[in-house]
Design a protein around this ligand. Structure first.
Ligand SMILES: [Zn+2]
Length: 278
């Protein structure tokens, strides 16, 4: 999946290290672009030495090399272009270090950009000196990175799996029931509520499978397999879904994209592996 970078090592704790010339620059534009160039399927980022010195916010490191969020330079360095981040995802190897760095970096960039001013009193926020947070110098309001918990629910009925397709979204492939946790709700209750809201079905025997940081939407996905409890008749929530229907293992289309938890869970079921260790 996207975050499976081994043998590469991703370190996400905040650091106050000053940029070095060989560190990498993530320059995101307001029009959802990243300054980079493509070499075949690889995203090449500018080095800090390639861009004018200025403000730089440490993001993370991979294999000991630091990545910094920097403002878009007035003149792009030679050979680098502003490329739509959605195009990067469409073109590149879905398990590449560079794609992960671009996607995780964009999530951080969105968060820093959205928290420049205090939502409580309006004063300009400052980065915390002790942790990854933005702090208001006037009222001490503290804001942590935005990570929204959500579930992916694979509803099974013996040899059948419930697959869905979204209404009103560009993603046209089959998916699983999904949705965000609400305040005050356990993640297991999120599974039961989302399955019922979207399909009218009840589920039992929830079994946690795996989680995935889906950085494209600031989401932490938690995947569950669960079993149908009662009637298998679907009542579709048409505002969310265009389709929800039962597929036998043999009918499920194979998915080798290897990027998402949803894809991996569907594939596990198709290959009759949903009960074995992840
Ligand atoms: Zn404040």
């Amino acid at each position: 999946m996207l975050q499976d970078l081994a043998p590469h090592v991703y370190r996400n704790e905040i650091s106050w290290k000053a940029p070095e010339s060989d560190d990498l620059a993530l320059a995101f534009g307001e029009d959802r672009t990243l300054l980079c160039r493509m070499e075949g399927d690889r995203i090449i980022l500018p080095r800090m030495a390639d861009i004018p010195a200025g403000t730089a916010q440490y993001a993370f490191s991979i294999d000991g090399r630091a990545y910094y969020l920097v403002p878009v330079p007035e003149e792009p360095p030679d050979g680098f272009l502003h490329t739509k981040t959605s195009a990067l995802r469409a073109q590149t190897d879905h398990t590449s270090v560079e794609l992960f760095a671009a996607a995780a970096g964009e999530s951080l960039w969105r968060w820093y950009r959205a928290n420049r001013f205090c939502g409580r009193c309006g004063v300009q926020m400052e980065p915390s000196k002790t942790e990854r947070a933005m702090v208001c110098p006037a009222c001490a309001e503290t804001v942590y990175p935005k990570i929204c918990p959500a579930v992916i629910a694979a509803v099974t009925d013996g040899d059948r799996l419930l697959l869905t397709r979204y209404a009103n979204r560009p993603f046209r492939k089959y998916a699983l029931v999904a949705g965000f946790a609400e305040i005050g709700e356990t993640i297991e209750d999120t599974v039961r509520r989302e399955v019922f809201e979207e399909t009218g079905l009840h589920v039992k025997n929830l079994r946690f499978y795996k989680s995935q940081p889906w950085v494209f939407t600031d989401t932490l996905l938690m995947g569950f397999f669960c079993e149908l409890d009662g009637s298998a008749d679907v009542t579709l929530q048409t505002s969310e879904l265009a389709e929800a229907r039962w597929f036998s293992r043999a009918e499920i289309p194979a998915d080798h994209s290897n990027i998402s938890l949803t894809g991996e869970m569907i594939e596990r079921f198709r290959r009759n592996l949903e009960r074995s260790e992840p």
